[in-house]
Ligand binder design. Structure first.
Ligand code: S3P
Length: 179
């Protein structure tokens, strides 16, 4: 399968976007980019540092700039950060792509996967579960709006999720072929 469009993974922190993005890129022989890592490279600073010095607003500005940059590059698999769907202009960019995949995840799974992580400034507080729940309420409808495919990742190994996405991509490719 040769894809000429980006495949964009969206979903909350701890959904497995980076792991699954990497697996997908290997299967499709496409490049992989993690938007958070790109933001860090372009800023020459870590995400916690950017939040500390520039606040969330500064981080969101950098996120939009990096998203624009990457969408203007050759097709690749892109893992976005969990808040990437917050800005209307980012959602506009996502709507222009066919291949946006939402990795749906329970709060329990998110907590399990993020509990030891110190690189997510929005979870460095007394009640990460409460924060994740409030985020889910605001953001889940935005993920749904922005995605062409939603995959439930709960209790599934990354390889299985990757397989489901590849199956979807195959179906889309077939839809496009003239009969
Ligand atoms: C954020 C998610 C993080 C990162 C930043 C903010 C969010 O990315 O962009 O800490 O607002 O949900 P991951 O979803 O890759 O953890």
């Amino acid at each position: 399968m040769v894809l000429t469009q980006h495949i964009i993974l969206i979903g909350p922190m701890g959904a497995g976007k980076s792991t699954i993005g990497r697996l997908l890129s290997e299967q499709l022989a496409m490049a992989f980019v993690d938007l958070d890592r790109l933001i860090e490279e372009r800023a020459g600073a870590s995400i916690p540092w950017i939040f500390d010095i520039e606040g969330e607003e500064g981080f969101r500005e950098r996120e939009t700039q990096s998203l624009e940059f990457i969408l203007n590059s050759p097709a690749q698999v892109i893992a976005t950060g969990g808040g990437c769907i917050l800005r209307p202009e980012n959602r506009q960019y996502l709507l222009m792509s066919d291949l946006v995949v939402y990795l749906e995840t329970s709060i329990e799974q998110q907590l399990e996967r993020t509990s030891k992580d110190k690189n997510r400034p929005l979870l460095q507080n007394e009640n990460p579960g409460g924060v994740l729940r409030a985020m889910a309420e605001l953001r889940n409808p935005l993920y749904h709006q922005s995605a062409r495919l939603t995959v439930d990742t709960n209790g599934k190994p990354p390889k299985l999720v990757t397989h489901e996405i590849l199956h979807f991509l195959d179906e889309i490719q077939n839809e496009k072929l003239p009969s």
